[in-house]
Design a protein around this ligand. Structure first.
Ligand SMILES: Cc1cc2nc3c(=O)[nH]c(=O)nc-3n(C[C@H](O)[C@H](O)[C@H](O)COP(=O)(O)O)c2cc1C
Length: 220
């Protein structure tokens, strides 16, 4: 129990500072009233599978938060490094970082996930986060885009697809795109904005279209 309490305190403080929680998302977004008959903004939660400070994947997702079209809000979750290692025995305790991540996912209309490949698999940090979400409904029917920043690393993408599909999410195929991350990002900063913007805008628009079309548009 002492361990759980320690994780809760550390996790909730860190998540509150670094992440865009559902309530914080709204305060960071444009609060001006939308024009009459305007479609509601599409809320997309971005999740990076890398914990590296200069991560290519995280840099691309961060870039999406600042360059998204005005009718799309992208928030970058910063919680997965704070999650305890998944253990079914801890699920009833609902550690704070787990609760925050779950609420972020539920509050989002769609998810954008980008993960490096480690030893032909998804990173441990991302798999751990996904394992925490298996036991709740947060992924069910959620439209998901997979961004592959290392197009030659195909194993992790295939594994991620299988995991996300198993969690009953909707993989939005037109929103699953690749970009040569090592050419576009340097030292954690996007340096080829044209290439990054083109790919990210295509992903965001495809996700938005899937959200607006609703589940009936899904392929069988
Ligand atoms: C432990 C480890 C294992 C890796 N395994 C693979 C691999 O199997 N295939 C691959 O293409 N790249 C592999 N890489 C390279 C990373 O996928 C690559 O550096 C990626 O850009 C890192 O993403 P990030 O910049 O978002 O952290 C590995 C890197 C590390 C640190």
């Amino acid at each position: 129990m002492r361990n759980i309490a320690r994780v809760d305190q550390r996790g909730s403080a860190r998540c509150a500072i670094l992440s865009l929680q559902p309530s914080n998302c709204r305060t960071l977004m444009d609060d001006s009233p939308p024009p009459a008959n305007a479609a509601p903004k599409t809320r997309i939660l971005a999740i990076s599978g890398s914990l590296r400070a200069e991560s290519v994947n995280t840099a691309l997702l961060r870039h999406a938060t600042s360059t998204a079209p005005s009718d799309i809000d992208v928030a970058l979750s910063a919680c997965i490094g704070d999650l305890p290692l998944f253990n079914p025995d801890l699920e009833a305790a609902d550690p704070a970082p787990v609760r925050i991540l779950r609420e972020q996912i539920i509050a989002a209309d769609a998810l954008l996930i980008a993960s490096p490949e480690y030893a032909h698999g998804v990173t441990g940090a991302l798999k751990n986060a996904l394992d925490w979400m298996v036991g709740n409904e947060s992924f069910v029917h959620k439209p998901v885009a997979l961004l592959n920043a290392g197009p030659r690393a195909s194993h992790a993408q295939a594994a991620l697809r299988e995991i996300v599909r198993t969690m009953s999410a909707r993989i939005v195929e037109p929103a699953c795109q690749s970009i040569e991350g090592s050419l576009v990002v340097r030292r954690g900063m996007v340096v080829d904005r044209l290439a990054a913007d083109a790919t990210l805008q295509a992903i965001l628009r495809a996700l938005q279209a899937a959200v607006r079309a609703g589940p009936a548009d899904d392929p069988p």
